[in-house]
Design a protein around this ligand. Sequence first.
Ligand SMILES: Cc1ncc(COP(=O)(O)O)c(C=O)c1O
Length: 418
Amino acid sequence: MELALLGGAPVRTEPFPSWPVYGRREEQSLLSVLESGSWGGYNKKVEEFETAFAALHQVRYGVSCANGTVALEVAQRCLGIRCGDEVIVPAITFVATASTVLLCHAAPVFVDIDPVTLNISPSAVEAAVTPRTKAIIAVHFGGQPADMDALQAVARRHRLALIEDAAHAHGASWRGAPVGQFGDAATFSFQMFKLVTSGEGGILLTDSEALAEKAWAYCNHGRRKDAGWYEHFALGTNYRLTGFQAAVLIAQLDELAAQSATRRANVAHLRKLLSSFQGLRLEPDDPRVTANPCYLIMLRYDPAEFGGLDRALFLQALQAEGVPARPTYPFPLYRNPLFRAANLASRLCSEWRAPQDYASLNLPESERVCRDGIWLEQNLFLGTTRDVEDIVAACEKIQKLAARLTVAHPAGESAKIK
Ligand SMILES: Cc1ncc(COP(=O)(O)O)c(C=O)c1O
């Protein structure tokens, strides 16, 4: 037996299920918009989708928009976040969670993640509150809800707005209640890798009628639903979703529950198989998470159990065996050049102050997960238990033969194998 990276036969040659998936439902729904002649954001399918998506999450109002980034920006603008404010965000998230704070001319305050849930740490949030703090953005990372009990309590105690960034968490639930209803507003993304997708797209959910009206107006040039096309009551822009996108989303939504159930069953199988495997760890399930749609599965890699094989080389070997696993973010979000205070101060507003020296931040759990984390994407779990067994078989094979890589390619030399 030889490692595929060194010329041997791979564990798996069959591709994993692809994403996105679609069928007759998407085709027919798209065709109906095409034939309606009303292709834009005022097609009735847009409202139909907003209503269905809000109902699925047991929230009263849904305001669709162009993408998840815009949804975060609209949520903050409409909650009154502005220059001089601080918004607390996790250090492990996609850039949009924090860049939208800047787009509102406020300052993101990065806090560490919890080492087990890998979501924003409520105690770190509490410690980061200052008189300037106006909001917390909780990301349900990878589909796993953040600790909404603790975050709601912090928000209440300090009178802060709470926004759920649920870009990864369509249909997730916390203590039996769908995400989207725990804060003042929640935002979702329908970008093409997401669990419900129209290529691009987003939505803001809220139980507040006033916030929903403001958000809708902002996305529609300051119009009111009961007034004319050329009547504008507030500053706004055009952030609309199109009829075509809504048509696809309505069809996609029908599949979400079944796809999530398949992913959950396969991830449970992975958990069982990894329970006796040293060197790759899935953090324990949080019993308060009653539904995780499994957008990203994060494994913790321990090189010591692989004869010192570094993560990059392990991942190269795993990919060669036919398993498309990826490293986590290369570094916590605060280390991106975007957040260097010197790059920001002159571009935002006169009252803007960096609340942290972003460049020298060092949040230990966030740093650790960037060093030892491995992502398995949701489509790997849309097939059968055999797929999961192949993933584990590939890891076992590499573990058994790791010495061949570490001898031939000492740590740090991984770039030489391409
Ligand atoms: C956590 C998180 N928030 C927000 C977004 C932004 O969504 P979009 O790509 O639809 O703008 C993403 C996108 O990947 C994300 O991962």
